[in-house]
Design a protein. Sequence first.
Length: 104
Amino acid sequence: MYAIVEISGHQYKVAKNDVIYVDKQKVDADKKITLDKVLLTSDGKGKVQVGTPVLEKAKVDAKVVEHAKGDKIIVFKKKRRKGYQVKRGHRRHLTLLLIEKITA
């Protein structure tokens, strides 16, 4: 069984016991959250339920494992022969979720 959920404007395909990185959520580590924006569910046997835009009674239970930072991104700008160079970078703040249960 799998589901497609929307978290912070992004869509993720999740199944039971999946571990996914999402944008940072305002929930402490080792807490449980319920994802209500379920767009699609499938039982794996060919039965698919599609929401318009979301399924009303479907939900996904997940556990926040940890908060982490993503890989470092380097942004380097240069204009040749002008002496202009700018080096900036950042790391995304992420939350690691463990999918515990999908209810359709």
